[in-house]
Every structure is written in C-alpha cells, then in structure tokens.
Design a binder for this molecule. Sequence first.
Ligand code: SF4
Length: 412
Amino acid sequence: MNEKKPVTDCEKREGSIRDSTRDSARDSTRDSTRDSARDSTCDSTRDSACDSACDSACDSACDSTRDSPCDSSCDSTRDSAEGLIKGSSPPTPSEERSRFHYSPEDISIDELMRRQGYAKAGAHSAVKTCSWLKNSMNGTGVCYKSSFYGVTSHRCLQMTPTLMCNQACVFCWRPTEVEAGIPDSWDDPETIVRESVKAQRKLITGFGGSKNAVPGHYEEAVNPSNVAISLSGEPTFYPRLPELVTEFEKAGMTVFLVTNGTNPDMLRQIKPTQLYMSLDASTPEMYDNVCRPKSKNLWEKVNESLAVLKEKKSEGVRTVIRVTAVKGLNMADAPGLAELIKIAAPDFVEVKSYMHVGFSRLRLARANMAEQEEIRAFANDIASFAGYQYAGESEPSRVVVLSKDGKLTNVR
Ligand code: SF4
C-alpha cells in the first residue's frame, strides 16, 4: 500500500494534528487569508471524529468532538463499558440517554449535527469533511479508499441525503437516540448536488490560503471527483436516490454509496460506481444486539439485500461487503459471516475495526476496538471460509480488504 502512516494511534494523531494546527496558527496571525485557513483547519480537524460508522470514511480516532455533549461522560462510560468485552450487553436506550447529559426532547438533530461540524446542504442533506481530506490537502496522508480504489482523498465529498436511520447500531458515532424526522418535503436531486458541492467548498475555504496545503490541491478540491454517500443515516430513505446517483455522476463524480441493507427494493434501483453493504452480524440474535433494528423483519431484509448485491454486479456495479468488527461483540463467527458473504459474492470485503469515536463512546469501550493484527486474523478467517484472499490493509484505519484474486482495481 502507498498509504502514508502519519501516526499509529489516536493520541499521536490528535497531538500531531494539534501541533501542526498550532504551528499554522502561529505563523499566520498577521495574514487574514491564512487566519481563515487556520480557522477552517481547526474547526474541521476538531470535528472530524464523528463521521458515520456506516462508512467510517473518516477513520479519525482522535477524541476531538470538543463540543459534543458526550465528552463529559466519556471517562465514566469507558469504565462502565469495559464489561462489554466480558460479554455483557450494550446499554439500553434509557441507559444511553442518561449518559448524554441532555434530554433528546430538548435538542434537535440539526443542533447536534451542527455541533459535530456537519454542514446542512439544502433542507435535509448534510456534508462533512473527514480528516483524510485534510491530510491529503496538506500532503500528510490519504484515506484507504485512495490506496485501495484510487479515490483522491482531497477531492472526496462525504455527504448524506438524510440523517434518518432504521437501525441504532451500537458502534454508530452519531447520536442514535435523537431521531431525524421525515422532512416536510424532499429536495430534488439537482438541489442536493448543488448544495452539497457548495457546502463542501465552504468547509474547505481556508485551505485556499493555507501555506500548509500542497500547491494545487485546493484548486483540485473545489471540484470533487468522488462522492461518498455514507456520512450518517441510511441513504435509501431518500425516495429519489437513483436520480441523485445519476446527478452526481453527471457532475463528474464517481459514486460510493453505503447502505445498511434494510431496503432491498431501493438497492434494486440504484447503480452507483461502488455499492457498499454493511454486514455486522451472522445471526438474528447478533443483529439485534449489534445493529439494534427499530422495526421488525429487518434481518430478513438484510438477507434479501445480499442476493440483490450479487445481481448488481451484472449491472456493472462494483460491490463491497463491509464488516464493522466490534471486539467482544461480533468477531466470533467468521464461518457464519462467510456463508452470508458467499450469497452476495461481492468484489471486495472490507473488515474494519470499530473506532472509539463520537457518540459510540457512550456505548462501547476503547477496548472494543480490535488491534490491527486481530482484524487481520479475523479477515483471514473470513477469507478462508468464503473463498477470498487478502488484498491489502491500512493500519491507521484498522481495515483489511479481501478480494477473490487478492488484487485491487481503481474506480477510474
Ligand atoms: S446503519 Fe444507521 S445506526 Fe447503523 S452505523 Fe449506519 S447510520 Fe449509524
């Protein structure tokens, strides 16, 4: 892999980011353009930890949600959540609620997302830059999607057309107990694309005057070449998703879309460049425990979607099964997962550790993050049962990728 490894653990990463931000700030105090750059970098770096675990695109392990209401409870939560490693159940919604130090009735999803650095794009969509975009902009590293699939990290737009979700995954870094309601009306796809690009440009404005940015990267970044529809929430709730995919493609972007697999009917209709489906359990019981579905029969829907994923390949869609591995919860049944993966027969399988960031810290312990060697061993187990081969890994993102022939191909 060509991926640079700026840091090897979250503390180093956070320290490094803060140091470079401080340096940048010191050098730029008399230059208003650079001041702007510094502010933007500070804000986006600070808030980069809370992107959706659906995609885990950000992979930022720094505990940087300074404004998050969860911060004050992290230490006590971590202690109490250690029990999960020993096999106890995740906290119930009411236990989780008591750790938030706010009443869900008193805070809107918009306000929570604003505090986490999300930018609204239109009425119900949201955009957020991830730490890898910033690293790529500054020449200090790239996302594993760059090294695995050729995505240019500083030209990647991470967004979601809706924050609604029908699961409350225990590893999700969004506040799963605060509901995003159904909007009064849905924006049209053209509006979502236009507003998303506009929001992204605003979020990265500061890099235009930053002396830390690699020359030319900002100019490239204002025109995203890839969209990751995966930020937070389940995108298949947006009723015009097929048109949205097409609209992003018309704007010159490859489209990565991540779904939890609970809406097979919508999966049949979409044709993104690369379709990810999360598969985080091998049995209905494990699914209930890890993904915490909000309505009945979703496990059956997930299973139906596995077959749909296989059909998508004949339509030219690249497919990926994503396993978010939570140590102590869903890493014990590689053969069971492999059987389900065989139904979907995806091009790639990504096995990725849970990252202890955002609101997931209220539910899980840092010890629920698997080490790279544990992820590699688990992935190799899945590979041997499912008939796949190791194809690469990224240690900063704690992810291993598998493919049928052990090779990876770029999207462009
Ligand atoms: S499916 Fe929903 S709850 Fe689960 S990680 Fe994705 S956004 Fe969070």
